[in-house]
Design a protein around this ligand. Structure first.
Ligand code: FES
Ligand SMILES: [Fe+2]
Length: 379
């Protein structure tokens, strides 16, 4: 009797993406999430993007305004991602009901009086070249906003997006994970310029990186990071040795259980050399930006992408097994709790798991030990 034939010659091996292994440890966070770059929404464009397990339809009126709506037509439920913009109206493809800029139905495809049911609009905020949509676990209207930032340089911004498994909080938390800048990103050393400052919806990190490069030797990079909720980071990165300034926006969006889209938008500028006459200095700085813009963006994306395999496979551990040399992860996590629904009857600030169990409780019940004696949550 021969051996049974294998069903497939391909065997599964290697780390399993986080969204294929376990229920997510955290629910969707509340706040603003980027669903597109402004450049993707020319007048008349209709786009569908996922947010927290649901589709959101974005469209730009011919007169320039932007709308975000729930996806199903209030008439008979056609998906409005298939609709078209006619002037400032959105026209459903099924029975051609048209909806005006305020969401009200203004006509039917049969020239009969329009029904009263409007589109369901979602709060949308366009700032810094990004389109952000608000979602809150208790349905409240926006009570904070992402502010506009200075625009540096004269080159158009460069933009990129990716989709991967992972949890948006871990992207934002990355900015206070001081230890990983040396171990994962290859800096010689990173240090905080001041304690991380927190307020209701934001935080600020001041950091200095010590780096080394073959032709440059040792040099420093000064980084000022502003975080807004769990969906938006803005970093000002200054490398005095190169006269290079870079503004980076990092925008992670929870699109499904333990899955995210990740957007990055950069602008650069070179300092005008002070030893040159002003017009020449300006030309030198603009020429440097034009020649190096693409290479700097690529290098910035490679820096970010070093984290992708980690986020794509990791588990969110609470409590983590922290060590001396880590950044201030504990205070960050305490601040981040405000973006999740509270757990009834739990001590203040406890975060529910995606299935409504309080962190810690789930781990205790599961009784699972992770690496370094930490407990794993949400498995
Ligand atoms: S379903 Fe949209 S017009 Fe009928
Ligand atoms: Fe990182």
């Amino acid at each position: 009797m021969g051996l049974p034939r294998p069903y497939t010659r391909t065997i599964t091996e290697g780390p399993t993406p986080a969204d294929a292994t376990a229920a997510p440890a955290l629910p969707y966070p509340s706040g603003w999430s980027a669903l597109a770059f402004s450049s993707e929404l020319k007048p008349g464009t209709v786009l569908t993007r996922p947010l927290a397990g649901e589709d959101v339809v974005l469209y730009r009126l011919r007169s320039g305004g932007l709308r975000a709506i729930r996806p199903y037509c209030p008439h008979l439920g056609a998906h409005l991602g298939l609709a078209r913009v006619d002037g400032d109206d959105l026209v459903c493809p099924f029975h051609r009901f048209a909806f005006g800029p305020d969401g009200a139905c203004v006509r039917t495809g049969y020239d009969t009086p329009p029904p009263r049911t409007p589109l369901t609009r979602l709060p949308v905020h366009e700032v810094n070249g990004a389109v952000l949509v608000w979602r809150h676990h208790d349905g409240r209207d926006p009570d904070w906003f992402v502010p506009p930032w200075h625009e540096i340089g004269h080159r158009p911004a460069r933009e990129a997006s990716w989709e991967l498994a992972g949890n948006v909080q871990e992207v934002i938390e990355n900015s206070v994970d001081l230890g990983h800048f040396a171990t994962l990103h290859g800096w010689r050393r990173a240090e905080m310029g001041a304690p991380v400052a927190y307020d209701d919806a934001g935080f600020h990190v001041s950091m200095r990186a010590h780096e080394s490069a073959p032709l440059l030797g040792d040099f420093v990079v000064d980084i000022e990071v502003d975080g807004y909720g769990l969906g938006c980071l803005h970093a000002d990165v200054h490398t005095p040795r190169l006269g290079l300034r870079m503004c980076t926006m990092v925008l992670p969006t929870a699109v499904g259980p333990h899955r995210m889209q990740f957007r990055q938008r950069n602008r650069i500028a070179f300092t005008e050399p002070s030893r040159l006459p002003a017009p020449l200095a300006r030309t030198v700085s603009r020429t440097a930006a034009r020649l190096l813009d693409r290479a700097v963006f690529r290098s910035s994306c490679e820096f970010t992408a070093a984290d992708f395999p980690i986020w794509n496979h990791k588990q969110y551990l609470q409590p983590p097994g922290l060590a001396h040399g880590d950044g201030p992860i504990g205070p960050f996590r305490r601040w981040a709790r405000r973006f999740y629904p509270p757990v009834e009857g739990a001590e203040s600030g406890v975060v529910p798991s995606a299935h409504g169990e309080a962190e810690g409780g789930a781990a205790r019940r599961a009784g699972q030990q992770g690496p370094c004696g930490t407990r794993q949550v949400g498995r």
